[in-house]
Write a protein that binds this ligand. Structure first.
Ligand code: 1CP
Length: 344
């Protein structure tokens, strides 16, 4: 009966349910206080008491319709044995894996053992929500294999993905082995999240927009289809949200072929187009530009109203088109909530 879950399953609401990607994080002073109490970012992800607390912070402040597990997409390579660290101001650092021969460094047998604290976090959040916010759903998530692969291969954030693409284009069969390992471990990870209490899952393919059609089909679309199918076979009731950021003209293919229940629209997708071409097939989620939320003012009001006008007539979840920016004033988020709830 939760509004967020109902929307994913095809229900239309006058005021759509809402949550924000990266809703727990650096724009909240209460997050920063906890962040300062740990030495590394992954320590926060692997400490159930703290990860539970930061997951709840945006729910207490804004009353969103969904909480998202506080973790990171890079816990998967970390759990497979490729140690991940986060360097202040620089982002993630990994020892790069750049050939099929190096894939022996991965060990899928370690996955659940290393990720047990995440499962404990899920159980704690779910209990807290059931007791305190019974209408709020819990979202689990993972990075899509292609997006996680870019960090595995580059060893950090990247602008051109040169190493990942050169492996993918020069040795497609070897690269496919990496994608296969990430697809199976991501599937196992998401199934375990469901077993421990998440009520929907989102697959973040943040860098799917940089591939040519053939590679998009092989490395983004197919893995998302496999993961979705495995989840549906075991848990037909758990909705799957796919977020193929930057997929552009491939959005309809992604929706038709993966079988996701909901598709996340990035900021560049015209909402009128989405209404015509996607919304009759799946629930859509999105897609306010995080920069407009940062800017605030009249442009924020106008942009939110446009999205609501175009998309509220069908199954729809209000969200940003990408993660919230850390400089965003809390007052702008409060204004956004009032706009989407129809209070102003
Ligand atoms: O010290 C800190 O506070 C680090 C900042 C931070 C946070 C708050 C990172 C480092 N990850 C997170 C949490 C996080 N990451 C969540 C939490 C739940 C939420 O509130 O939404 C989620 C869903 C993610 C997912 C994630 N991590 C993605 C996919 C979504 C997206 O934004 O595109 C990606 C690409 C990452 C990798 C990552 N994690 C963190 C950094 C700095 C990066 C690199 C980003 C890049 O390469 O641009």
């Amino acid at each position: 009966e939760k509004p967020f879950i109902n929307a994913l399953k095809g229900k239309t609401h006058t005021n759509p349910p809402m949550w924000l990607m990266r809703q727990a994080g650096r724009y909240l002073e209460e997050y920063m206080a906890i962040r300062r109490s740990v030495s590394g970012f992954l320590e926060l992800c692997y400490t159930p008491e703290l990860a539970h607390e930061v997951t709840m912070q945006p729910i207490r402040r804004f009353g969103f319709d969904a909480a998202i597990l506080f973790s990171d997409i890079l816990v998967v390579p970390d759990a497979l044995g490729q140690e991940v660290t986060f360097v202040q101001g620089e982002g993630p650092k990994l020892k790069p894996i750049r050939s099929a021969a190096e894939l022996t460094n991965f060990n899928e047998a370690w996955l659940h053992q290393r990720l047990e604290p995440v499962y404990e976090t899920i159980r704690r959040i779910r209990k807290d929500l059931d007791e305190t916010y019974p209408d709020t759903a819990l979202i689990g998530f993972a990075g899509a294999p292609w997006t996680v692969a870019t960090y595995v291969v580059e060893g950090s954030s990247s602008k051109d993905f040169a190493n990942t693409k050169s492996w993918a284009y020069q040795d497609p069969q070897g690269f496919q082995k990496l994608i296969d390992i990430l697809t199976s471990s991501t599937t196992d990870y998401l199934l375990a999240q469901i077993e421990n209490g998440v009520e929907a899952v989102q697959i973040f393919d943040s860098w799917s927009g940089v591939l040519a059609e053939n590679e998009f089909r092989k490395f983004c679309l197919k893995p998302a289809k496999k993961i979705t199918k495995a989840i549906k076979e075991k848990y037909p009731d758990i909705p799957v949200i796919g977020f193929p950021r930057g997929a552009g003209l491939m959005y309809p293919n992604y929706v038709e072929e993966t079988g996701v229940d909901c598709v996340g629209l990035d900021t560049t997708v015209p909402t009128g187009w989405a209404k015509e071409n996607l919304a009759d097939k799946v629930c859509v989620q999105g897609n306010l530009d995080p920069q407009i939320l940062l800017a605030g003012g009249e442009e924020l009001d106008k942009a939110v109203k446009n999205i609501l006008t175009d998309l509220s007539g069908q199954p729809f979840v209000f969200n940003l088109g990408h993660g919230i920016i850390k400089e965003t004033p809390v007052s702008h988020v409060e204004r956004l909530v009032d706009l989407v709830r129809g209070r102003v």
